[in-house]
Design a protein around this ligand. Structure first.
Ligand SMILES: NC(=O)c1ccc[n+]([C@@H]2O[C@H](COP(=O)([O-])OP(=O)(O)OC[C@H]3O[C@@H](n4cnc5c(N)ncnc54)[C@H](OP(=O)(O)O)[C@@H]3O)[C@@H](O)[C@H]2O)c1
Length: 329
């Protein structure tokens, strides 16, 4: 088995990494959001907790955009929805729940089918749900390493099923208002060269990749998907963009040890600020295809090897092969 090669970090990389410590205030705030969102429909995965919930809350409180939370836990998601609706009962139709478990690919098509029964348009999808550094050896139902499966393979399949409605909406809408937002992370700087470790993507037999390497791999892949999606859909006006929401206090760190959490606490910001990064990517007219957005809503630079189209195409092909068995003919 070849060694996992992680590219060295240079001044520019460290600048990007350290930016997250002192990101400054968000500029794309509520007063700057587009005013014409009333008929728009948005899906967000993992909108029941952490940054995803903050996105839902801000959009619910400040716009009339219709939101579908794709999440795995009906009870907790509905109680979060009720928490928001209690404050504004007239807007109860604005928030909806659809069940999907990203650790089980068989739940994805039924979720999309349910959505398609209810809506004729889709303007924005935010692939926000994710897991970080679970216990080693945790796998999805279809036997993918958990981070690869939940953070990459499942969103890729979900997007496959949502492409037709998103593209048809973009053909009707003002150009550039239809978006796919892939939530990645600055952690991608620790990913294997070119993102995916092809000899053993699920790290089943490779010794010694730190758990951070495997999380980072999944986030580098999200950046690659964002860029390659645009190249594979050149005739659509949908904008596909990746981001790091910021360094934020959320449940994502639940699997870190006490010392890691102690230091993590010192460098992280309130989770509500991360919502501005995701909302900038979803709504700002300044965002362009293939951008990589950083906290709390400005353009950044991902690791340069992830811009290599030839290698990224191999990652895309790998993902297509993985979802192929789960696509109903
Ligand atoms: N927090 C940070 O500093 C930070 C930094 C960079 C990137 N990010 C990224 O930001 C995104 C949101 O993370 P967060 O910080 O808000 O973490 P979080 O509080 O742990 O929220 C993660 C969300 O993902 C959902 N999720 C996990 N596994 C799922 C599955 N199998 N099926 C469906 N949903 C699932 C969770 O649902 P349950 O509630 O059911 O578990 C939850 O809604 C992630 O992609 C993360 O990698 C976060």
């Amino acid at each position: 088995m070849t060694e996992v090669k992680i590219p060295s970090k240079f001044f520019q990389n460290w600048k990007e990494i350290l930016q997250g410590l002192y990101p400054g205030k968000p500029n794309f705030t509520e007063d700057k959001w587009p005013k014409d969102l009333d008929d728009k429909v948005l899906i967000i995965t993992g909108g029941n907790a952490g940054i995803g919930f903050e996105v839902v809350k801000k959009l619910f409180e400040n716009t009339n955009i219709k939101i579908y939370i794709f999440a795995r836990n009906e009870e907790t998601t509905k109680s979060k929805i009720n928490e928001l609706i209690k404050e504004n009962k007239t807007k109860s139709n604005q928030l909806n729940f659809i069940r999907v478990d990203l650790a089980d690919l068989t739940t994805i098509k039924p979720a999309v089918d349910e959505f398609l029964k209810l809506e004729k348009r889709l303007d924005i999808i935010i692939h926000n749900a994710g897991v970080m550094m679970p216990r080693k050896g945790e796998f999805t139902k279809q036997n993918f390493e958990l981070q690869l499966g939940v953070n990459c393979i499942a969103p890729f399949l979900l997007q496959h099923y949502l492409n037709p409605i998103l593209i048809s909406t973009s053909n009707l809408s003002k150009s550039t208002s239809c978006r796919i937002v892939w939530v990645a992370s600055t952690a991608h700087f620790w990913a294997p060269e070119h993102g995916l470790y092809f000899p053993d993507p699920n790290f089943k037999t490779t010794n010694e990749p730190s758990n951070l390497t495997i999380y980072s791999q999944s986030k580098a892949i999200s950046i690659i998907i964002a860029k390659q999606w645009s190249l594979h859909h050149k005739n659509s006006s949908v904008i596909s963009v990746a981001l790091c929401p910021g360094y934020l206090k959320t449940g994502l760190s639940r699997n870190l040890n006490k010392i890691e959490n102690f230091f993590g606490d010192l460098i992280t910001h309130d989770s509500s600020l991360g919502a501005y990064t995701e909302i900038y990517a979803a709504l700002s007219p300044d965002v362009e295809n293939g951008d990589y957005i950083i906290s709390f809503g400005k353009k950044g630079n991902c690791r340069t090897d992830l811009n290599d189209v030839e290698n990224s195409e191999k990652v895309w092909n790998y993902l297509e092969e993985q979802i192929e068995p789960y696509i109903s003919k």
